[in-house]
Write a protein that binds this ligand. Structure first.
Ligand code: ZN
Length: 409
């Protein structure tokens, strides 16, 4: 079965590569490398902290309208959506990149150029996908490439962290397009070999402990929320994670206390739990919640007689489903054949991206790198090198046309 699909996918890619439309588009990418870089810099210079993506979303909307996708608009959640109608409404393929970054409001998003590199927070994740989305839309319009099915070009909000996939969740479950999407392609980050068909599940918590507080000497014995967090972290780090399926935990943020000689009134930590397997994630999740409860109980058990116990509040602040678009599904076959046809060896992987949500709903979905290289992702030193980007654009275009079909003649 797989070989039949593979050969069919390979034949489809070969046919596309032989068409004048695709050859024209490829030449267009090559000729407009500098304009794509300029556009990349423009969109990444607009701040887009979590829950603060609106200026960037509005810019993307205007840009797509300018290109000729006049129906581009913002939806109720803040996503930018532009339909590019084909001959038929279906198949309807979403091509998305995420607008948000992990960086808080107030971050300097100014883009610097050093040799061939672009440097800025979010320049690669997902500035690279946004630049590709605009370049692909521009090329389809300028080259007047018509499709059989239709494309829904989307800049999503809330992909990172506490955004908890709110943009794609709204798009696929609540908005105008809910239940109408046949396939989903997310462009996220750089690279030419990666095909993310696995959705890495995660659970994220904010743990808050509150107590009476007091003087470090005079009130010694009052239950200490920071000590309780310490006990909880110690328990969590003793968890025997399996190597396969890959399973991880991280205490990523911790906060609390006012002074070295005061027993804190409050302590907070944010914890991220992940696993490639839903069953392992459930096991880790149960262990974590028990560890936190026991840590609070242990700390309370040592408290001075008559004092109030610590109050524990565990809040689930993010949950992403895991799952997989099967290797033998047409979209994965097509992406693999396309990657090979462009001279690269496809590498299937698993990650936490906008594709998690459609995958969990049974919609064929993958995430592709949009070409070029990058480093120091999710840090202030993030960089992107656009050399080779045109290959990423070629790959994305071929996958898009492979799914919706190129309208000929
Ligand atoms: Zn990303």
């Amino acid at each position: 079965m797989a070989t039949i699909l593979t050969s069919r996918a390979a034949k489809g890619v070969e046919e596309l590569l032989g068409t004048a439309a695709v050859r024209r588009a490829f030449a267009f990418f090559d000729a407009h490398g500098n304009e794509i870089i300029e556009e990349h810099i423009r969109i990444c210079s607009i701040p887009a902290p979590p829950f603060g993506e609106s200026a960037r979303a509005e810019y993307l909307c205007r840009k797509l309208q300018e290109i000729g996708l006049t129906a581009a608009r913002l939806d109720e959640e803040g996503n930018c959506i532009a339909l590019r109608r084909g001959r038929a409404d279906s198949p309807l393929l979403v091509v998305s990149a995420h607008l948000d970054t992990v960086f808080p409001a107030g971050t300097d998003f100014t883009v610097r150029r050093v040799a061939s590199r672009l440097l800025a927070p979010g320049i690669s994740d997902d500035g690279c996908g946004l630049a590709a989305l605009i370049a692909l839309a521009f090329t389809l319009q300028e080259m007047q490439i018509e499709t059989e099915g239709s494309l829904l070009l989307v800049g999503t909000v809330g992909e990172e962290g506490e955004g908890n996939l709110r943009g794609v969740r709204h798009l696929l479950t609540k908005g105008e397009w809910a239940n109408r999407v046949d396939a989903f392609l997310s462009l996220d980050g750089p690279g030419m070999d990666r095909i993310t068909n696995g959705a890495l599940g995660s659970c994220r918590y904010r743990v808050q402990l509150r107590g009476a507080g007091g003087h470090s000497w005079g009130d010694f014995g009052v239950a200490n929320p920071v000590h309780a967090l310490g006990r909880a972290i110690s328990k969590l780090t003793s968890y025997p994670v399996p190597r396969q399926p890959r399973t991880t935990f991280n205490v990523g943020r911790i906060e609390g206390g006012a002074s070295i000689n005061a027993i804190p009134r409050e302590a907070v930590m944010d914890v991220d739990l992940r696993s490639a397997s839903e069953a392992e994630l459930l096991r880790l999740d149960a262990f974590f919640r028990r560890a936190v409860r026991e840590a609070a109980d242990d700390e309370n058990a040592t408290r001075r007689k008559g004092d109030l116990p610590l109050e524990l509040n565990v809040q689930l602040i993010g949950q992403r489903p895991s799952g997989e678009t099967p290797v033998a599904s047409p979209i994965v076959e097509l992406a693999q054949e396309t990657t090979r046809a462009l001279g690269f060896t496809p590498r299937l992987d698993q990650a936490s991206t906008d594709a998690n949500l459609p995958i969990s709903m049974g919609i064929p979905a993958i995430t592709l790198g949009a070409g070029g290289t990058s480093g120091s992702s999710h840090t202030l030193d993030e960089w992107y090198d656009p050399r080779g980007r045109e290959l990423g654009l070629r790959r994305a275009l071929l996958v898009m046309l492979g799914i919706v079909g190129l309208r000929r003649g």
